[in-house]
Design a binder for this molecule. Structure first.
Ligand code: FE2
Length: 335
């Protein structure tokens, strides 16, 4: 496709402006519409979420001081969603609040503009971010297609799509506590979302059989990590979810599949996803058994440390659950 066609395909770019002050929205609308952009407005955080889902804008301009959800929380949600994670976010600030700016940067904010606006500077930032967005549009769509496919596979396997997101979030939290970089955490997140994608190659009659798979059927099920890795291999822009998908059924003691890797031979991201996936499977109702209680599932993880799972990953995972259970307990006691 020629650059000209690409430009026209996404023109005019849509910009969502969310600010509770009508005067600020009016000014931004006039400036942006004057520059040829299409503008969608929201006066609250909630409205911004709804319009964002409906309009799928190419750029968000969010008041950092907005509430419910706040400008920073909304930015974090945008950057965590595979469909919007490469959509740029500009935050509007009206004061030099270093803490708030750091929180916004940590949530993935791309730029800040301070009130009162320097209109020329604002338009330069908008143009530059939209140029990058156009270049990355095809990357996010590759990922979004695979995540959508992965959700379909989970639905077939009696899980809900929430399973994928719980595995991804639980894995990223462990990765964060292990000090991984943003790039590595992104790979872990994608590995969590796509780990069972290869089940698309497992026939329904096998996938839906409640128990007692025969040898041939089990062989079919055991092919899903390799089938999944094959599908995600073209995703070269996203640092290796392929290895996580391929090795998420390896066991720490070397008796897993597909390669029987042992200990640290298993990529760390796969060792993390294995724990988060097992925990979520244990705490979810299945057609042939009820969910275990959280405490019971954590105990099973602990019992399997060093055999099925990496002991360090189990310790961190169990630690963060015990921590959050205690925090919940304290909050409940306080309320
Ligand atoms: Fe699996």
């Amino acid at each position: 496709m020629s650059p000209l066609v690409q430009l026209h395909a996404s023109w005019p770019a849509t910009i969502l402006v969310a600010d509770d002050e009508a005067a600020v929205r009016d000014l931004l609308r006039r400036v942006l519409v004057g520059a040829g952009y299409r503008v969608v407005e929201a006066s609250t955080g909630r409205q911004a979420v709804a319009r964002g889902e409906l309009e799928r804008p190419d750029l968000f301009i969010l008041d950092i001081a907005m509430t419910d959800p706040g400008g920073v929380e909304l930015c974090r949600a945008i950057k965590n969603d595979p469909l919007t994670r490469l959509t740029p976010v500009i935050h509007i600030t009206d004061r030099i609040d270093r803490e708030e700016r750091l929180r916004a940067l940590e949530a993935g904010s791309d730029e800040f503009v301070a009130k009162p606006f320097d209109v020329e500077e604002l338009l330069i930032r908008v143009r530059s971010l939209l140029r990058t967005k156009r270049m990355t549009d095809h990357l996010v769509s590759d990922e979004a297609v695979l995540v959508a496919l992965s959700r379909t596979v989970e639905a077939r396997d009696h899980y809900t799509e929430k399973h994928l997101y719980r595995v991804a979030d639980g894995s990223v939290e462990v990765a964060r506590r292990m000090g991984m970089t943003d790039r590595e955490m992104e790979s872990v997140r994608l590995g969590g979302l796509l780990h069972d994608l290869g089940k698309i190659a497992v026939p329904d009659r096998v996938l839906h059989k409640p128990a007692g798979l025969d040898r041939a059927e089990y062989t079919l099920v055991k092919r899903h990590p390799e089938a999944g890795a094959e599908i995600v291999r073209p995703l070269r822009a996203f640092d290796g979810p392929e290895l996580t998908v391929l090795h998420h059924h390896e066991r720490f003691d070397g008796t897993g599949y597909p390669y029987g890797l042992r200990g640290e031979e298993i990529p760390l991201a796969a060792r993390i996803v294995a724990v988060a996936d097992s925990f979520d499977a244990m705490t979810t109702d299945r057609p042939y058994r009820l969910a275990l209680r959280v405490e019971e599932a954590l105990q099973r993880l602990d019992d399997g440390r060093g055999e099925q799972w990496d002991p360090l990953v189990v310790d961190i995972f169990v630690g963060q659950h015990v921590g959050s259970t205690e925090e919940r307990g304290v909050a409940e006691r306080r309320s």
